[in-house]
Design a protein around this ligand. Structure first.
Ligand code: FUL
Length: 484
């Protein structure tokens, strides 16, 4: 063989070998169920606000009976733009307004009832608070959501089919007048005593059958294809099982809808944890109020949750893979009260201080293995700040170790981990160790990770952190790690 042909074939063989070693493995397969794109966008919001405002604000009640005079509703300086700017500054991404609470009073001039702000002195009956709030949100880039209480203690027909017609008309009206609603909140309180058009009696309904939710929801979806429905059991977002603002440490976004029905023993716990082999992706939303009540009461001005309490709630909701829906009730002026604003600002300050510098950013990250030795799944993906890249193992590897070497010893307090949930929630057990006194010392042993897990550990000085994935439903896929 002439010399130059020999050289050429050498290059060819080397090229072939190189090409073989670069053979790309396929990305991990998703494990069902997985979130929809709309649910994913919702997860990323992390912080949403609830705003309970209405007749109760003026009557100093939590649940109006339904016989309140419209004249009560008269905020002196109502300013949705103040609410929204405070919320934005504190890091909130969406706002859900009680367009109608159980008392039946509507914050928009509904053409289906007289029991609304059109008969209130506020703005001489010309006001439309739902519009003002929706517009303020749009202006500041917050998403807008609707709460429309199914239970209506004012309406004469509550309990009969005619009320369902009324309720559907109202939903139709709201979704037509105020487009781009990101979430619709269906409250679980249903039936009891009330005014009911003057009958003043107790009306009980069968919550599962009476409302015929499938028909109602499909009607709304015809107007708004992307709205997410929240209710105790979904279908898109589930209740977290309590109103304290937390999910369990073991928290699955997955759950089996057939196992959920009102009155089932232990349903709160089930909602709080979800189930590992649940058949649907229905994440929990953690609702809680910044005050003891949902509506404003002057007597609770001194009982506003502190920045530290809010931060703790954040860790137990968002930090366990869920979303926080924090209620801030405007006062009689129609303003967020000074004390609530102070707490929200304090929360943001504390948050910024605690998560000031991500030490993993400039660290060396190594893993014991990565999928197919393919650069796309290498450990660098864990700290590149890109949510779309991830570290993954081979299909037959259900465990893995991630080691983070810091440039020098640092005091660490938080370890943040995120699964790439587009491919499903996978991890069942993991532990965290730190290098101390020349050996590894375990500082946490936990179960699920999900969309985000923030572990608060006893502050410790170290220059090496090790995360061990101990078991998973299928090969682990992690998109992000942060150390503070
Ligand atoms: C509950 C309601 O009864 C409360 O008044 C509040 O609206 C809360 C968010 O949901 O079920």
């Amino acid at each position: 063989m002439p010399f130059n042909r020999f050289i050429l074939s050498l290059f060819f063989t080397a090229g072939l070998i190189w090409a073989c070693t670069q053979q790309k493995v396929s990305p991990p397969q998703a494990i069902s169920p997985v979130p929809t794109p709309t649910q994913l966008a919702w997860h990323d919001m992390e912080l949403n606000a609830f705003v309970h405002f209405g007749i109760n604000t003026f009557t100093d009640k939590e649940w109006g009976y339904g016989d309140e005079n419209e004249n009560f509703f008269n905020p002196t300086q109502c300013s949705p733009s103040q609410w929204v700017s405070v919320l934005k500054e504190a890091g909130f991404k969406g706002l859900i307004l009680t367009c109608k609470h159980h008392d039946g009073f509507c914050l928009w001039p509904s053409k289906f009832t007289e029991h609304s702000i059109k008969n209130a002195p506020w703005k001489n009956g010309k006001g439309d608070l739902v519009r003002e709030v929706a517009e303020a949100c749009k202006q500041e880039g917050l998403k807008f959501g609707i709460y429309l209480s199914p239970w209506d203690r004012h309406h004469k027909d509550y309990g009969s089919p005619a009320y369902i017609e009324y309720y559907r008309h109202q939903l139709n009206e709201l979704f037509t007048l105020y487009p781009d609603v990101f979430e619709m909140w269906f409250d679980g309180a249903n039936g009891g005593d009330g005014f009911y058009g003057g009958q003043r009696e107790t009306r009980k309904i069968n919550g599962r059958q009476y409302y015929d939710w499938p028909t109602t929801l499909s009607q709304v979806r015809q107007i708004d294809t992307s709205v997410l429905f929240f209710s105790d059991a979904g279908p898109d977002i589930r209740w977290a099982g309590n109103e304290k603002g937390n999910v369990s440490k073991t928290y699955w976004n997955t759950i089996t809808p057939d196992t959920l029905y009102a009155g089932k023993a232990g349903i709160e716990n089930l909602l709080n944890t979800g189930t590992e082999n649940g058949t649907s992706w229905i994440p929990a939303e953690c609702d809680v109020s910044i005050r003891p009540g949902w509506f404003y009461h002057a007597k609770e001005d001194s009982l506003v949750k502190t920045p530290e309490q809010l931060f703790d709630i954040y860790l137990k909701s968002v930090g366990r893979g869920s979303l926080l829906l924090l209620n801030i009730p405007p006062d009689k002026r129609g303003w967020f009260h000074e004390n609530d604003i102070k707490s929200l600002r304090g929360f943001r300050k504390l948050f910024n201080e605690e998560f000031k510098k991500d030490l993993a950013q400039n660290a060396i990250v190594k893993t014991d293995t990565y999928r197919g030795h393919d650069d796309r799944f290498a450990p660098g993906a864990l700290t590149d700040g890109n949510d779309e890249t991830y570290w993954a193992t081979d299909d037959d590897h259900l465990t893995g170790t991630i080691e983070i070497n810091l440039a020098k010893k640092e005091k660490i307090k938080y370890v943040v981990l995120q699964e790439y949930i587009k491919l499903g929630q996978r991890i069942k057990h993991f532990s965290v160790e730190v290098w101390k006194n020349n050996k590894w010392e375990q500082v946490a042993r936990e179960t699920t990770i999900g969309r985000k897990r923030i572990l608060k550990i006893v502050p410790v000085e170290t220059n090496k952190i090790r995360v061990n994935i101990l078991s998973a439903k299928t090969c682990p896929v992690i998109s992000n790690i942060e150390i503070y």
